[in-house]
Design a protein around this ligand. Structure first.
Ligand code: DHE
Length: 444
């Protein structure tokens, strides 16, 4: 509590009124009905007015979108020429980008629930549509199953407890669906936030993690009429579900249940819980990481917010069933506070940040050598703020890291030597970065 009285900001009377106000029952959080969602829809450029082929000669699959969080903007860079092409306004405290299955479109999600669709084929990337389906949101994804490329988009809400499906080319709202308000113990919920979303490669479905419920739900988008997008399965897992991504085959979805200190493994082929893995304190993988370990075959891993370690588990039930979903390595880090981990087949390293470090490592990232499965070294990349989130370019020769500050930067490292090649400066609060090719094809 600030000392508002002693510092002269509020009078004694104002403090009395404020205290009385704070004791009033809060108003109900507002719904967002379909009519309001429809009214928010803005088709800036109709499909018929968009190019049929790229209007430019650029290698658009190597564009990288950089979230400028506090500016509510996305900066789009040409990763071949290293030019910043444009900054576009994309919603309050914009959170992440996802690519459409073809990569042509970026979808941005603002914390205010605004979905923005950006066309990368126009001379300069252009906003072609936007819509608001939530008051509060963190996730969005497109349909990726063959036959449904760029057909639909789903937006998951933090509030209200709902998801909304849109047309994949125009963002025209198709359906708003209420979430089931019951958790894995059968308790009725007043809040049930949609956390991570992935577009399955096994079926025309999205897989959505329901945070408070501890349930992973399957949303079917195969209705031939294109009007009904129901939940067709609810898979009980653990609480509270947060961030996650695919294994190296795309057949499994691995998601953090961060208050249970577990990773949850969903088999997307038979839509069931394949395993739970006890990790360390508050696993936080982002979309996670996959690499070929010399001793244990394909593995997946998570760092943690609550302790300084990377937990590595076998992730190849076909080739290495002996270690599938078993912890094979615990790699200590110099600090807790990690948010993201990333690699690429072209790099010998697995890189991990320690953004929330309270012990002086928040400007550093650490490099794990894949060939030995051990921590090689940690080094400082950020100058003005905190080092956060890594993203590779299309061919994996570079890795981009954010210096998250008001006067921030993106530092580009050679993905083999880890030497700095370039630094994009003058970026307000850069956080997540999303390469078109790697995001469209789930490469991490
Ligand atoms: Fe995120 C992913 C929620 C704070 C940067 N974040 C996610 C996802 C969720 C989520 C559910 C998974 C989306 C998906 O895959 O579909 N994030 C939340 C929160 O609830 C939380 C903790 C607090 C809040 O109020 O938002 C939160 N997130 C942050 C940050 O403070 C970060 C570091 C910077 C920012 O944007 O404010 C941040 N979150 C990110 C990034 C990803 C992400 C960069 C995507 C990682 C990836 O590689 O896909």
């Amino acid at each position: 509590m600030g000392n508002f009285g002693q510092s002269g900001i509020l009078s004694a009377g104002q403090i009395t009124h404020l205290a009385a106000y704070l004791q009033l029952p809060p108003p109900d959080a507002p719904p967002l009905p379909m009519a309001d969602i429809q009214a928010s829809w803005d088709l800036v450029i109709p499909v018929t007015s968009r190019p049929f082929t790229p209007e430019h000669e650029r290698n658009w699959e190597n564009y990288t979108g950089v979230i400028l969080r506090d500016a509510g903007q996305v900066a789009i860079f040409d990763g071949d020429t290293n030019e910043e092409l444009i900054r576009l306004s994309t919603g309050f405290a914009v959170h992440i980008l996802r690519s459409s299955s073809t990569g042509r479109y970026f979808y941005a999600i603002g914390r205010d629930g605004l979905v923005t669709m950006i066309d990368l084929w126009t001379t300069v990337p252009t906003i072609v549509a936007n819509v608001k389906g939530c008051h509060d949101a963190r996730s969005v994804d497109g349909s990726k199953f063959p036959g449904f490329e760029d057909t639909y988009i789903i937006e998951g809400c933090y509030w209200p407890p709902q998801y909304v499906v849109y047309d994949g080319l125009t963002l025209e709202p198709k359906q708003r669906v209420d979430l089931p308000m019951v958790d894995i113990e059968g308790t009725t919920l007043i809040e049930n936030r949609v956390a991570s979303i992935v577009a399955s490669h096994n079926a025309p479905v999205w897989v959505i993690a329901l945070k408070e419920a501890g349930i992973v739900s399957v949303v079917d988008y195969s209705d031939p009429a294109g009007v009904d997008f129901p939940i067709t399965a609810n898979i009980n897992t653990e609480k509270f579900l947060h961030d996650g991504g695919f294994d190296h085959t795309g057949h499994y979805f691995l998601v953090a249940a961060n208050t249970s200190n577990k990773m949850v493994v969903i088999d997307l082929a038979d839509q069931s819980l394949a395993a739970t893995i006890d990790t360390g304190d508050k696993p936080h993988p982002g979309r996670g990481v996959n690499w070929l370990d010399p001793d244990f075959g394909w593995v997946n891993a998570t760092p943690h917010i609550g302790e300084g370690k990377v937990t590595v588990y076998g992730a190849d039930p076909v080739g290495r069933p002996d270690v599938a979903w078993q912890i094979v390595r615990d790699i200590p880090l110099p600090s807790a506070g990690s948010l993201f981990i990333k690699s690429h087949d072209a790099s010998p390293w697995v890189l991990v940040d320690m953004t929330l470090s309270a012990t002086g490592h928040d400007q550093d990232i650490c490099a794990i050598f894949k060939a030995t499965g051990t921590l090689d070294h940690c080094f400082t990349v950020a100058k003005n703020g905190k080092a956060v989130h890594m993203e590779f370019n299309k061919d994996g020769s570079e890795v981009w890291v954010s210096d998250w500050a008001t006067d921030g930067a993106v530092i580009v490292l050679d993905s083999t030597t880890l030497e700095e090649i370039r630094r994009f400066t003058g970026l307000p609060t850069p956080t997540g970065k999303f390469n078109v090719y790697n995001t469209a094809y789930d490469i991490y």
